[in-house]
Each structure stands twice: as C-alpha cells, then as structure tokens.
Design a protein around this ligand. Sequence first.
Ligand code: FES
Length: 208
Amino acid sequence: MSPRTPIGHDLIEQLGALEAVDAPAKAVAKFVRSAKAPAKVNEALSGTWLGHPVHPLLIVVPMGSWISAVVLDWLGGKEAETAADLLLGAGLAGAVPTVATGYADWSDSEPANDRVRRIGIVHAASNGTAAVLIARRGGRVYALADTCVHREGSLAQGELVGDCVKCPLHGSVFRLSDGSVEQGPAAYPQPVLEARVRDGSIEVRAPQ
Ligand code: FES
C-alpha cells in the first residue's frame, strides 16, 4: 500500500518555507515574550495544570458560538435574534483567552523552529490578529502591529492623530515612532517594526 499524503500537507510545507513572514513574526514574538506574565499565569495559559495545551480546547468556544449564531440568524427567524446575539457575545468573550493561549504557546516555541514561527504567524494572521499597520507622516513611513495590545482592536480602522494612531475600540493612542502609549486604557506599548521606502516599495522588518 502506498503512503497517503494528508490533504493539507502541501499547504503546510509551503507555509513552513515562507521566509517573508519572518520579520513581522519575530517582532510580534519578541513583544509577546517581553510582556510575559508571572510564571503561574504562563502555566495557566500553557495548560500545565490540565496536562494538555489549553489553546486547542478553547478554540471550540468562539467557533461553536459563532457557527451556532449564524445558523440561528439564517434559520431561526425573529424569535431567535436574542439568542443569536448572546451567542455572538459568548464567542467574543471566548476569543480573548483563546488568542492569549495561542500567542503564549507560539511565542514559547517559535525561536527553536523556523517552520513553527511561520505556520503560527500565518495561522494568527488568518484569524485576523497579525496584520501590520503602515502609516505615512511628514515624509516618513511607520509600521506597527495592527492588533491593539489592549483588546485586539484593528488600528487600521482607527484614526491618525498627529504623530499617533488612535484605536477605534476604546481610544488608546499610540505613538507611531515607538508604539509608546500616549493615552490608555492600553497598559503596554504597541509593537513597532522598522519600515522604509525603497524603489517605490515599502519594506518592513523586525527591529535590529
Ligand atoms: S482594543 Fe484598542 S484600546 Fe481597547
């Protein structure tokens, strides 16, 4: 019997060779590690207490809630609107620890393996959590992680205010030059990347 190749095998191989994502991935991982919580919190995020990684278990909460909400929305009629809204809220609440545990797992393991780094960051990006915001100000180009460190608002949906960007969700304001917090509620600086214009293209890389 000839060996079988799983359906996603080729795609995973291609993602693992995707060097183009190394720069932003290293910057995000460096930031996540620098913001590390106490050992007890890390153990809780990693699943030490459970004997199993927590992230894959938590994924079912937002996914299950949102899929159920969509089905209710399509098929449930007017009477199901409240239930669908509740499910949407439950999914959003479940997404926060799901993302936190995912980043904790990935940032612990990515330095040891290029494939883990690349596949992990593409996985995060495909869930809408690892885009980069590019902004031009006074002839300069700036690059920041798009996902707000506070509660994951998209800074690209926000507003440029002077030399800062304002998050659309809760109004945190970050300096474009170094990501520092000009105004909360964010408690941590936003990760920044080095950006420059070369031959008409914008190049972005992790801070050296
Ligand atoms: S998510 Fe950006 S300020 Fe809350």
